[in-house]
Design a protein around this ligand. Structure first.
Ligand code: SAH
Length: 349
């Protein structure tokens, strides 16, 4: 297994069977070796600097009904909100003051948030903060909309594929949602020129090791600039309320795998990981992640952006949260980078 990991580090790819072996491995020393290799590769590439992205949850209205997600349209007990343009700009202003140079606008998919409106917000942020990167995470849109947002100043787009297995996709989403459409969106985003992020939940209901191998192979060939993975966490008002949460250990293992596969990738230690274990962000970073996404959303609305139960409200007070993050990173030998942290193609891959 050690040789397999060494080969993976050198060649950045394995066969399906070899990935499966890694995912099934139960030997603690081997897994620690994998983690150390990933941490070393991250360090070689990014030093001890971690990029920060200010997450702004712009609204929880959604016409989709994904079985795992707390903001699905079918959840009638959730109060809905939408931030105004001024509120979003205020979040950016506060974030900028604190040192953020990337803003991530994330939200449900709702027709009340029109493409024109999104375009206008992107344009306003770009105009006021020309030195900042703008990331969108607003789901599936037509090509024309993605192009307009890009022209208005958006640089990056996060759209997790959620699962590369078609039957598994059907198990996680109602029949009106389309696996093909989601993948098509991803290819479009890449073609337009976005730094594109994709990924999946770990331990979502019905997920098998073979599904994870398919996800890993997809990411290997798609080569996203950003890779977002976090454990599935049940939400009490969804059809998956009684399913167990995904494994922290498997999430960390996959972070390491993706780091060795793609040394230059931007990989966050996600909020979901930090929700399951108090030191989730630190452990994510030590396993190969190099990004954290503190929350910049207005505190009054945060609770309503409930994708899953007990979502870590890290950065409850943006300034205080950032100070704590800096301290926690310090304690493990890392520090916050004040750069935009764009994807830079690998020099020697
Ligand atoms: N509407 C946007 C944003 C979705 S929320 C989109 O479709 O891309 C961002 C991510 O949260 C989702 O892609 C999903 O992978 C994750 N998520 C949703 N529900 C979750 C849950 N119960 N546990 C863990 N992650 C979840």
């Amino acid at each position: 297994m050690i040789q397999l990991i060494d080969k993976f580090r050198r060649e950045h790819r394995l066969t399906a069977g070899e990935y499966k072996q890694l995912l099934l491995c139960r030997d603690a020393d081997t897994l620690e070796y994998l983690r150390m290799q990933a941490q070393e590769v991250t360090f070689g590439r990014f030093g001890n600097e971690v990029f920060i992205r200010g997450l702004i949850e712009i609204g929880n209205q959604c016409h989709n009904n994904c079985y795992y997600c707390g903001i699905r349209i079918g959840n009638r007990s959730l109060p809905r909100y939408e931030l105004s343009r001024e509120m979003i700009l205020d979040c950016c202003r506060e974030g900028y003051r604190l040192g953020f140079r990337t803003f991530v606008l994330q939200g449900g998919e709702s027709s009340s948030m029109t493409n024109e409106w999104i375009e206008e917000i992107v344009s306003a942020i770009h105009g006021e903060f020309p030195d900042c990167a703008i990331t969108l995470s607003l789901g599936e849109k037509f090509r024309d909309a993605y192009e307009r947002f890009f022209r208005a100043g958006a640089n990056r787009y996060l759209l997790r594929h959620e699962t590369y297995n078609k039957e598994h996709y059907r198990l996680l989403h109602p029949a009106v949602m389309s696996y093909d459409k989601r993948l098509q969106c991803l290819y479009r985003l890449k073609k337009i020129g976005y730094q594109t992020g994709t990924g999946m939940m770990v331990g979502s209901p019905g997920q098998t090791v073979d599904h994870l191998v398919e996800d890993v192979l997809f990411i290997e060939q798609f080569r996203p600039e950003m890779i977002g993975i976090g454990p599935f966490i049940p939400h009490h008002d969804t059809p998956f309320a009684s399913y167990p949460a995904g494994s922290v250990e498997m999430t960390l293992r996959l972070l390491s795998i993706f780091r060795l596969m793609h040394p230059a990738a931007l990989i966050p230690a996600t909020t979901a990981l930090a929700t399951l274990v108090a030191d989730g962000r630190e452990r994510g970073i030590q396993a190969g992640a190099n990004v954290v996404m503190p929350n910049l959303s207005p505190t009054e609305q945060r609770e309503k952006y409930s994708l899953y139960d007990n979502k870590a409200s890290f950065g409850a007070e943006a300034a205080e949260g950032l100070r704590q993050l800096a301290e926690r990173l310090n304690a493990i030998g890392y520090k916050i980078s004040n750069s935009r942290g764009d994807y830079e193609a690998a020099r020697n891959e």
